[in-house]
Design a protein around this ligand. Structure first.
Ligand code: AMP
Ligand code: GLY
Length: 423
């Protein structure tokens, strides 16, 4: 088979690596890819939102299956475009990707179908939002309705901050049109867990759990980022939590989408918070997490292509997902200054010790310079993943491997997996 992967981050590098292991695949293309992906896939210089060019490319190269890694093209309807051209593609259609594309849609869905989530109100008029906030209990959470690179969420401790937040999102439009509608949500506390799943629109099978570290600095301080590191499995995702979510969250979500005439085929990422009142859904995403994929996929035993084809063909009930009985930790190496401003173009050294078996170096923001060297090209540069017998072993190995890599302005958190010390 010939496979095309769409995206350019660490997640797509992890997807490409899993695809490469599939016995069904003999050629991989990745658009637009990065310098690391170039070692396993042929890089195609087409951006993820250039749907016409991607469709034309897939036809020209007789691509058998396209895998869309990123949220923007999914929410923008890339799957519908590929299907209309008679091409096979893995990912939700536009009318299902709205599960991530609109927070007000997903909140209304959860309310309608009794899926546990934080209490909320939705506003399109900033004056009404302000009036509501004057009566609300602080802290409170404001969310821009649409896609905002994971940054459209403001946690406000005081009324003043909340009123400021309304201005930022709805009037100054800091997140663009994503802020036309505002979701105001009850503030919850508890541990967060990421659960990725495969679904064919009827059956859902979850992958091994993971936990992300979203803040930029040690001690969970600093700004929210796309994710600074992950571990899998999460020891806080207990059997009890699993049973509850299987009963109240996962299947209910798939059935709700089908009942709404929006069958979801692809990956649903459940962002859960384990509150005192039980697990609640913080958010849905319509694709693999980044950097969750970098700790979950290397532990998956199944042929990823078989699983994806089962999602497309509606035969997911005929297979069982299997994960290695071990653990993985990913530490993101970023450019100093991320997520605000950072420099690019610094050469990176130290790739040779990664074996893609116990130690992985997933590229995120990397490129080749004119001299053919691999250089930094983004905020998140690399994701260093190590597998170990258990989480502590994996964490020690991942941090050891972060030392092998050098580049100017290298920045990382030193406490990925800190919660493991409490177990
Ligand atoms: P989201 O993009 O909706 O996952 O929000 C980003 C981050 O904001 C989450 O990972 C949480 O850490 C935090 N967050 C979102 N919603 C809430 C909430 N209702 N209560 C507390 N924290 C939240
Ligand atoms: N790591 C969180 C996300 O991919 O949205």
């Amino acid at each position: 088979m010939t496979v095309l992967v769409i995206g350019s981050g660490g997640r797509e590098h992890a997807i490409c690596m899993s695809v490469k292991k599939s016995k069904k695949v003999d050629k991989i293309y990745c658009a637009p890819g990065n310098a690391g992906i170039a070692s396993i896939a042929e890089i195609v210089p087409i951006q993820a939102m250039e749907f016409d060019k991607l469709v034309a490319f897939a036809k020209e190269k007789a691509v058998d299956l396209t895998i869309v890694g990123m949220d923007d093209p999914l929410v923008g309807g890339i799957v519908d475009r590929f299907e209309a051209a008679g091409l096979r593609v893995f990912g939700p259609r536009e009318n299902a990707a709205i599960l991530e594309g609109s927070k007000s849609f997903s909140k209304d869905l959860m309310k309608k179908y009794g899926i546990p989530t934080a209490a909320y109100e939705t506003f399109t008029d900033p004056k009404e939002a302000e009036a509501y906030l004057r009566t609300a209990k602080m802290p409170i959470v404001l969310k821009a309705d649409g896609l905002a690179l994971g940054k459209g969420v403001l946690i406000c401790n005081t009324l003043e901050e909340a009123l400021d937040g309304v201005k930022t999102i709805m009037e100054d439009k800091k997140f663009g049109d994503a802020g036309n509608t505002l979701v105001v949500e009850e503030f919850m506390t508890g541990r967060e867990v990421s659960v990725l799943s495969f679904t064919d629109g009827k059956t859902i099978q979850i992958m091994s759990s993971a936990q992300d570290h979203k803040r930029a600095e040690d001690g969970d301080q600093g700004l929210n980022t796309g994710g600074m590191g992950t571990f899998s499995p999460s020891p806080f995702y207990t059997e009890e939590v699993d049973e509850f979510c299987k009963r109240e969250v996962y299947q209910k979500t798939v059935d709700a989408m089908a009942a709404e005439g929006r069958p979801f085929q692809g990956v649903i990422f459940f962002g859960l918070m384990l509150t005192e009142d039980g697990p609640k859904v913080l958010e849905y995403n319509c694709r693999f997490g980044d950097p969750e994929a970098q700790v979950v996929l290397p532990r998956m035993k199944n042929d990823v292509i078989e699983v994806m084809e089962a999602c497309i063909d509606g035969t997911l009930d005929q297979l069982t997902l299997e994960f290695e009985d071990n653990a993985a930790v990913c530490v993101v190496l970023a450019s100093e200054g991320y997520p605000v401003s950072y420099e690019k173009g610094y050469p990176i050294q130290g790739f040779d010790r990664f074996d893609d078996d116990q130690f992985y170096c997933f590229h995120a923001g990397t490129a080749f310079n004119e001299a053919g060297e691999i250089v930094t090209n983004g905020g998140r540069v690399l994701g260093i993943t190590a597998k170990g017998e258990n989480l502590l072993d994996a964490r020690a190995k991942a941090y050891e491997a972060t030392e092998w890599i050098t580049f100017e302005n290298k920045y990382m958190r030193h406490d990925i997996g800190h919660a493991l010390d409490e177990v």
